[in-house]
Design a protein around this ligand. Sequence first.
Ligand code: ADP
Ligand code: ASP
Ligand code: MG
Length: 449
Amino acid sequence: MKFGGTSVKDPEAFARVASIVNREKGNGAVVVTSAMARVTDALLAAFETAKAGDSSAAFSSLGEHFARHEEVSSELLGDQSRKAFGAELELAKEELSSLLMRVERRSLPLQMLKDAIVAYGEQLSSRLLTEVLKAEGLKARHVDARRLIVTDDEYGSAKPLWDETEELVRGDLESSVEEGEIPVMGGFIAANRSGETTTLGRGGSDYSAALVGAALDAREIQIWTDVTGVLTCDPRICADASTIDVLSYNEAAELAYFGAKVLHPKTIQPAVDHGIPVRVCNSQRPEERGTMVLAESGVSDNRIKSIAHKTGITILRISSARMLGSYGFMSALFQVFERFRTVIDVISTSEVSVALTLDNTEYLDKVVTELERLGDVEVEHGYAVICIVGEGLRDSSGLASKIFSTIDDVNVSLISHGASSVNLTFVVKEEYVREVISRLHGRFFPHSA
Ligand code: ADP
Ligand code: ASP
Ligand code: MG
């Protein structure tokens, strides 16, 4: 059972989580929690302030968030556990203060310090939640996720090492769950083989839950969030987006990859590998079923299940006469992206040119310099990828025409269709994204409410 930041944002939210976990207490639950809402952002901002040279301002900026933890503790815990958590919080403050000073002085690699700092969000929320569950009468036990999830050394978006992680998770949690204990751990945080703290990337608590669920061969991986399941589109764009009952793993993976923030893009793979259903549900409305993600979902009447989008996209166009009728050109092209660890999202080719999109432009200059050896390169910023997802989409005649006729006054810069059977992806200028999605949602989900 994974609870996101908004599900542990204040005392009422913690109390709701306690009652949700209580309902599952006989079923062998493991709890994974995110940091309290806004805490990860605050820790990252404090890191930046310290990096700019003011570690004491950085530390002070965290004061309101320490107070939020104290508020939960004083509202929900008894004397003794309040004291125990208070001591934990004091220790965290001292450690954070010294880490922020190290950032200012650059006394350790910054990426390493950044993960060490940002991990306090989950360390504190998971300790606090453990005490709250105990106060509810549950046999909760805090587990430091950094002892169980082993990753490589890529700070900020570390990759879990599966075999070691599986063994540690099983070794620590399996018998404890059988004995009726409820292990509680922070999501998002892990450690490399030398024991230094790493993190799995923003939104990575979903991924932690999937890894733990897979290692334990869980009956279900539950993602508890602030909306009822995966919706027909981002509710911040269409207020009338409605809950999808069932999604296939493929559909969910495409939606997550192309921006549906409700699931971290890597969450689905461990579930697929172990055939475990993923349920996405609302911690504010626990009685609602939410969305089930299963191996198969079936084809919906209008073929489309949901529309995802991702902004801040850059298009690269590479043209080269050398490409004409030659082999090996694509391979040379991909090697450039491999060398600079840059992921390509959407790609489309013609006789002598290739267009592709990136959302990580950290190494863009270097990528472009290398690509210029292969041909002429154009770079265009400010685009959005829109991804329409549904089983059977590739085999539906007339659907593309329906989609594009709905937005025929908007220029579409790139289209990708047919690579997977479940998606149709295209790229438009960022400023049109709300309009395009609202229109498509209105056309394909006219009755949602
Ligand atoms: P948590 O803190 O629980 O991990 P997130 O903020 O990461 O929650 O993800 C939930 C949010 O994802 C929702 O509040 C919603 O705004 C956003 N979202 C974007 N696309 C979708 C979608 N298709 N279905 C549901 N939520 C979506
Ligand atoms: N707290 C982390 C973040 O905000 C991880 C998570 O919430 O999943 O990105
Ligand atoms: Mg999330």
